[in-house]
Design a protein around this ligand. Sequence first.
Ligand SMILES: Cc1cc2nc3c(=O)[nH]c(=O)nc-3n(C[C@H](O)[C@H](O)[C@H](O)COP(=O)(O)OP(=O)(O)OC[C@H]3O[C@@H](n4cnc5c(N)ncnc54)[C@H](O)[C@@H]3O)c2cc1C
Length: 340
Amino acid sequence: MSVLPDVPTSTDESGTIETDILIIGAGPAGLYGAYYAGFRGLSVTVMDVLPQAGGQISAMYPEKPIFDIAGFPAVRGRDLVANLVAQAEPYGPRHLLGHRAAELTYDSDRRPVVRSDQGALVRAGAVVVTGGVGTFTPRPLPAGEEFLGRGQVYFVPDPAEHTGHDVVVVGGGDSAFDWAAVLAPLARSVRLVHRTARFRAHRASVEKVRGLGVEVITDTEVSALHGTTHVERVEVRHRTTGATRELPARTVVAALGFVADLGPLQHWGLELTARRITVDTRMATNLPRVFAAGDITDYPGKVRLIAVGFGEVATAVNNAATVIDPEAALFPGHSTEKEN
Ligand SMILES: Cc1cc2nc3c(=O)[nH]c(=O)nc-3n(C[C@H](O)[C@H](O)[C@H](O)COP(=O)(O)OP(=O)(O)OC[C@H]3O[C@@H](n4cnc5c(N)ncnc54)[C@H](O)[C@@H]3O)c2cc1C
């Protein structure tokens, strides 16, 4: 899922990307929106501040089976994301990953222009905001910042990369135990370090990890990482006795949770209710040519589920299509009527 196709939509002479639909947020809602835009014959650009697609799924529970996606009795998070990317791929969406949507302005034709924090400019026929809970930044491992990218990671996009390595996972929540369970069969050793003996993770996950032979070290904090060019050892300290110990580690996964922040979107003039974007039944916001879908929207009776986000983004894209081209039909036709 880390390697995405990058098929450019057109770029004008000033380097501005021209696209029919700009989707902000590559979570499940945004990825499905990219399919839907392509299905309607619209060019689409997907922007996300994270380096990977999948939103909350990829960041927090890629290995968990999801049981409430229509048509799938169970689907692993990672597989759902890969399928969503594959579903849109025939239409060549452009992916701008690692770009935070920073600023919204309008050109002289009243078309939205979004600037990213990396300096990309995207002029769109319409914008669909699928920003979920906003940008979620991993909580840092204070002792580990120096080794970020040199063995200290927050995500494990490809568990196979850690085959034969010594791994230390830090944290006591579901993500920490999920990473430990996924890596245990591949890595040479996995140790899980947590500052207390109480875990936020489900009891079943804790038991599973213990059953896989992972050493669970409690009441202990990471005090330092050591290595020359890359992490080699992790120093941990018992919180009451102060005793220290060194653990071998090529990878340290800091799974300490995330801080969610609506970020620049809250300054765009969007009507917000409790940090969510107010939408009408077309998924239109109060701003011209700006729609929203998925967890970030709010209206009476809103339910925050992936299934709901899929429906909302289909509504958003179809209504956006009629704004881009007033002659276009709202109903897109059935996918079964289209040739592949
Ligand atoms: C542990 C856990 C388990 C869950 N289990 C289930 C389940 O079983 N079934 C279910 O239906 N739901 C489940 N959920 C909820 C589900 O994950 C969310 O409803 C879903 O991810 C929302 O999708 P989304 O596309 O709206 O937003 P998100 O998945 O939050 O994606 C939003 C994306 O927008 C990006 N973004 C935000 N602001 C900007 C910006 N300014 N510029 C660029 N990018 C931006 C973010 O980086 C993010 O990637 C679970 C959630 C968690 C945390």
